[in-house]
Every structure is written in C-alpha cells, then in structure tokens.
Design a protein around this ligand. Sequence first.
Ligand code: UD1
Ligand code: MG
Length: 430
Amino acid sequence: MSISVVILAAGQGTRMKSTTPKVLHEISGKSMLFHAIDAAKALSDDITVVLYHQAERIQNEIEKHYENIHFHMQDAEKYPGTGGAMKGVEVQHDKALILNGDMPLVTMDALNALTEGDADINMSVIKLDNPTGYGRVVIFNDKVQEIVEEKDCIPAQKEIQTVNAGVYCVKKEILERYIPALNNYNAQREYYLTDIIKMAVEEGKSIHPVIVEEEEFKGVNSKLDLAHAEEILQRRIKTAWMKAGVTMRLPETIYIDSRATFEGECMLENGVSIQGTSHIIDSHIKTHSVIEDSHIENSDVGPMGRVRPNSKLIDTHIGNFVEVKKSTLTGVKAGHLAYIGDASIEEGSNIGAGVITCNYDGKNKFQTKIGKNVFVGSDTQLVAPVTIPDDVMIAAGTTVTKDATSGDLVLSRSPQKSIKNFFYKFFGKA
Ligand code: UD1
Ligand code: MG
C-alpha cells in the first residue's frame, strides 16, 4: 500500500449542539470517524488523524479500537482552517489521500477513483444546482485554476456550480512545498488547504478533477444531517444483505448495524433491529425483535423477543416477551415471558412462561446452569448461582435456591388451602 491517509477531524462541530465531539456521533452503530478510519485502513498502513477540539477524548476512543494510528495536534489557535490542520503533518508514502472525519457515506469505489493516475493533485468535484456553502472550482479552458471559498467569492464566482467536495489525493512533494507557504489573507482569516490548488497551478503542476456523487461526499454538520446520513446508509446496508439472500419484510422498518453479518437463509420481519456485531445464520427474526451483539444460528426469535449482548442461540426457539442476556441456549424452547440472564441451557430443555433467572443479588451477577431435558415449570424463579443437571422437572411456581440431582422433581410450594363458602360469605349469594 503506497498511499498515506490523513483524516481531518479537528473542527468543533458546533452545529451538532452536543457535548459529544461531532466525529464521534454514530451512524449505523459506528462513529463517523470510525467509518472514515475503516475506509482508510482498506487503503493504507499510514493513517494520521488530525485533532484539536476534544482531542484527548477522540484519541482515547480511537485507541480503544485501533492500533497504529498516528495523531497530529493542530495548532488551531495560530493556524485555524483546513490548511492549518495539515501544517506539520508528516506522511510516509509518495501520495496522501486527505479525508474529512465527518463524511461517513463515501464509498471505497469513490476513494479508489481519487487515488488513481499520476496527477500532482486529484481533487473531488461535484456539479450542483445549488452550490451554496461549498468552495467553487474555477475552471478555465478545461483546466482547474483555483478553489474559491464561498465567503471569498465575487458575485460571478458564486454562480459557479462545480464545487469542491473536500477530498483530495496529493503528492507528498506538493504538500511539502505548499502547506508551509499557505497564508490566511481571506475573509475567514483561516489557512485554507484549498489554496494549494492555485499555488500548484501557478507552477505548472497537474490537477485532475474527479467527478463524485453529492450523496457520498455530504458532510454531516447537524442532527438533521446525521439522521439523513443514517437513512442513506441503512438503505445501502439492507440492499446489500437482500442481494446476499436475506429476506426482509417491509425493509424500510428494519434497522441493521453496519457491523452485523448474516449467513445462509435468514428472514427478518418488519420492525426488527439487529444491533452491534450480531451474527445471524439460518434464522428467523420475527416482528419487533431486538438482537444486540449476539450469535443466532438455526433459531427463531419473537415476535417481540429481546436478545441482549453476548448471547448465543443455537437450534433454539425464543417466543414473545422473552429476554435473553449473556446466555448460551442450545436446542431450547422458551416460548413466553421469561428472563434468561447469565445462563447456559442445553438440548431438550423447556423454559415455561414467566420463568426468571434471578442473576443479581444487588451486588454481583451469578450463573444459572441448566442441563439437558430439563422441564422448568411456569413462573419458576432460579436464584443463581444454581445448577440443574440433566433430566430434572421443576414444578410451576417453584423458587429454586439449591442445586438439584438428575431424576428429581423439584418443587417449593406452600400447600394449597380452600376455605369452604368464603366467597358467598364475602360477596353474598345471588
Ligand atoms: C471545506 C473546503 C470547501 C469544500 C468543503 C466540502 C476549505 C477551506 N474549504 O470547507 O472548499 O467545498 O470543505 O465539504 O478546505 N478541520 C480541521 N481543522 C480546522 C478546520 C476544519 O481539522 O481548523 C476539519 C473539519 O473537522 C472537517 C474538515 O476539516 O472534517 C472540513 O472542515 P469544514 O469546516 O467542514 O470545511 P468547509 O468550510 O466546509
Ligand atoms: Mg464542511
């Protein structure tokens, strides 16, 4: 990989109206910045992220998930602007792709197109009916001359509909020559990266405009933009999985995390939410079920089932209003209204309606272990830690506090009493 990537992420993002840095806002389960880093990882082994606002928080977040990312602190007081962001950035390879941290919709195809060829600068351009807000690309005799920021445009330049999409692939020698020479003699008193175009043109360097799609290069600046980007990414994710063979009923009502994966014959009904790094194989997820960071294989969940992180369901049936958390169920039926947390349950076991694993004593979490062919009667409470071996029957309404032995019937019930004619004495007889 002979290209470096620089991701600009030092901007403040005030329009997000949030204490969370803009680039850490998530789209389809992954922060915008991580979308950019993942794209960069596919292209390069030399990635630099430029930070300033909330730099420490962003750097920590990146270091939790990635290795070998370089960080560059912009001196934004002295050198504000996208050109200021590039001051002092060192790249290892002959070319650098410069990306923005707030463009989560850029595709690999578009980035690849920008890295091709041998021009001194490849720059992304879009043709727009309404160019408001973008830097205008001045073209003369089919040759790019310069980029003029909107605030610096003379009226005639404002009419230009060819705009700078903000991603560039630049030869290292160009960066080394022109970044130190940038000035801030403009309306915003900022150091504009875009000024390198004019400087390069003046010295006869080659500038190659690459036409890109507006949808992919749209920056996310507000919560409205964030929601809009989410819609676009969701449409892409679902389209790709349907093409790969996943059946979806009313796909516009379904949410799928960008990290989730499917295998074999899967069916998702309307309103389903597949979150985190869930992996679903040959399974049927019914209406309004939520799956989070779990492995589901040859199973069915819902309607209205909830599978919370670190669960593994294999050959299992989970019915309505059943919540499973951090549990492994293999060949189990849990049809109705249950909470199964920190448990392992083996083949042939049946979990009755209203069964609860009492996994938490207010201080610590404990495990419930249930073997094969165990019948857990309705409304049983399993007070963990507790182990039920194979071939046990637990009567409805039992509070299980002790381990059982294979072959047992376990029951804890106060004996049933009947008080003769109490009803008639209390309410009278019709
Ligand atoms: C920039 C371009 C503009 C282009 C537009 C496309 C410049 C001068 N203008 O404008 O021609 O049409 O993108 O979206 O480059 N950043 C820093 N440090 C800073 C300022 C910004 O790292 O001091 C980062 C931001 O976090 C962001 C990126 O650079 O990721 C772009 O900054 P932004 O302020 O959005 O640039 P625009 O004014 O939109
Ligand atoms: Mg912008």
